[in-house]
Design a protein around this ligand. Structure first.
Ligand SMILES: Cc1cc2nc3c(=O)[nH]c(=O)nc-3n(C[C@H](O)[C@H](O)[C@H](O)COP(=O)(O)O)c2cc1C
Length: 518
């Protein structure tokens, strides 16, 4: 692409077809004073088009042996490797990988990439201190690009990315593994650790090494017929909106399946969320703490829309006296969650069921739970799900509901985050972690209304966190200035003091838990 418009008047490239063949010498004024140029460290006053080809320019021969490898196998078999052997990688091999990188296309053929290969364990340890992701491989390649080049349409990032992909494929062919890291922590600190000048933008880091336990198959891809269109787009995109009203059930199913199968399952719930859940469970579902003598005849628990299964796994550990089943939107997600509990859970489908993925049996469960999942649904679907959950309960059984209270600091925090220019869109909504789709907090009165319509009777209620706990503030403010952090801690300590006001937690607590019986 082209240089940014701001630079256009000075830049002869701007009026030029970027794809036209060029002669670097053609635009040079042979009379131009070379001395002045030398005094500027060789930087010409006027841009002269693409960088000059020096005598040692690379003409494209691989610097080492190129093993025969089927092109299509390289495309389909390359995997992100997140665990590496500690064996060092010979520099000749690394060089060959880098060389494949410089033969990627780049915007205007500027080739303003610079790679810093870190194979010194001491320097890698400093990188790992910035992000643990850089602590896995014996080699980290810091991929940078000229910050002010090709900014238009992010062509600098696109060019660096093309180089990264070339390197990833070359590494695979050479028997190495790579891992494309964007979660590098503060990229400016990465730049400083490896001594890159300020005008280099760190785009990503490519971890490189010999794979330990490479995955046999990759995470599934969205099907081509959904992704590719001929002449005119005719698809249904996954919404980026955090508002459940913008989502239909199928889009949510596709989105959650992709998130779970692609790695969300590895997330850990936050400690303050887990302890709130445990407190509520002890109050509302106290039985079943002892392991069942005969799991086959143990009371049964259905966890509804568990998605990652992180909470299901926790519930099953806390209540080993019950046998867990799960109901999910897709069989892949249901199967994934089922394998997180012992004995393996039976799996059911909602809202679509089929012969192979049936709806849960009616009146079969002693406990049905739904933890922060009504919030993902459209308003019209919430009452429907509560009615279905009531049907799945045995008479006398307990429906255990957890939801985020709209009349709490939650919505205020979300609003403040958006105002501060925080990342928007469905990926970043403030919800109990991990966030797995659109999310709208609920009013207690709405939940009570759903329960009444489903002929459920309230049997218990717990509200917690009328103010954010100290550890949550520390976590959320971790990237803010020290002043902002202490202000946030101060404000929340005042709010926490107000928690002793009778009824503060039950009416204003962020986390609300309800038990209903049928
Ligand atoms: C731009 C980009 C950034 C990525 N950043 C990360 C990352 O920070 N952490 C991570 O675990 N994986 C990261 N990945 C790897 C993807 O998760 C991975 O490519 C994807 O799940 C597909 O798996 P596969 O590479 O094995 O085919 C990144 C990939 C790309 C293209």
């Amino acid at each position: 692409m082209h240089p940014s418009p701001a630079e256009a008047p000075r830049d002869p490239e701007a009026s030029r077809d970027p794809e036209a063949p060029r002669d670097p010498e053609a635009s040079r004024d042979p009379e131009a004073p070379r001395d002045a140029e030398a005094s500027r460290g060789g930087i010409p006053e006027e841009a002269r088009g693409s960088p000059e080809l020096a005598a040692d320019a690379d003409s494209g021969s691989a610097p080492g042996p190129t093993p025969a490898f089927d092109f299509w196998r390289a495309i389909y078999e390359r995997r992100s490797i997140r665990r590496f052997k500690s064996d060092p990688v010979p520099r000749e091999l690394v060089t060959q990988v880098l060389h494949a990188g410089i033969w990627a296309p780049s915007s205007c053929n500027y080739q303003m990439w610079d790679f810093v290969v870190v194979d010194d364990p001491a320097v890698n340890a400093r990188l790992a201190a910035l992000s643990t992701q850089m602590g896995n491989a014996p080699v980290n390649v810091i991929v940078s690009y000229g910050r002010d080049f090709s900014e238009d349409a992010w062509a600098n990032i696109q060019s660096a990315s093309a180089a990264i992909e070339n390197m990833s494929l070359a590494a695979h062919v050479l028997g190495l593994g790579t891992f494309w890291i964007t979660q590098t922590g503060d990229k400016e600190k990465v730049r400083e650790v490896v001594g890159l000048p300020e005008d280099r933008l760190v785009v990503a880091v490519l971890a490189l090494g010999y794979p330990a336990n490479p995955p046999r198959s990759g995470p599934k891809r969205r099907p081509l017929e959904r992704v590719a269109h001929w002449n005119h787009y005719a698809g249904k995109p996954i919404p980026g909106s955090p508002d459940p009203e913008d989502w239909d059930a199928d889009s949510l199913a596709v989105y959650q399946r992709a998130r779970v199968l692609n790695g969300l399952r590895h997330n850990k719930p936050r400690a303050w969320e887990v302890s709130a859940l445990e407190t509520a469970l002890d109050a509302l579902v106290p039985d079943g703490r002892e392991p069942a003598a005969d799991p086959a005849s143990a009371p049964r628990w259905l966890d509804v829309l568990p998605c990652t299964g992180i909470v299901t796994e926790r519930l099953a550990k806390l209540r080993p006296g019950l046998r867990f089943d799960v109901v999910e939107r897709t069989s892949e997600v249901a199967d994934f969650v089922a394998a997180r509990v012992r004995p393996r859970a039976a799996t059911y489908g909602w809202p679509r069921a089929s012969a192979e993925f049936a709806a849960p049996p009616d009146a079969a469960y002693d406990v049905v739970s739904c933890v922060y999942r009504l919030e993902n649904l459209r308003a019209s679907e919430r009452a429907e799900l509560v009615a279905d959950m009531a049907r799945w309960l045995k008479p006398g059984g307990t429906l255990f509901l957890a939801f985020v209270n709209a009349r709490s600091f939650h919505d205020l925090a979300e609003w403040a985050r958006a105002r501060r220019g925080g990342l928007g869109g469905v990926e970043y909504v403030l919800a109990p972690d991990p966030s797995i789709g659109p999310f709208r907090s609920l009013r207690s009165s709405d939940v009570e209304g759903f329960a009444r319509s489903a002929h459920l009777r309230a049997s218990g209620s717990v509200g917690l966190h009328a103010a954010p706990p100290r550890e949550e503030i520390d976590f959320r403010a971790r990237n803010s200035s020290a002043r902002a952090r202490s202000f946030a801690q101060f404000a929340s300590s005042i709010a926490r003091a107000a928690e002793i006001v009778p009824g503060a937690r039950s009416s204003r607590g962020r986390f609300q838990f309800r038990a209903y019986t049928r």
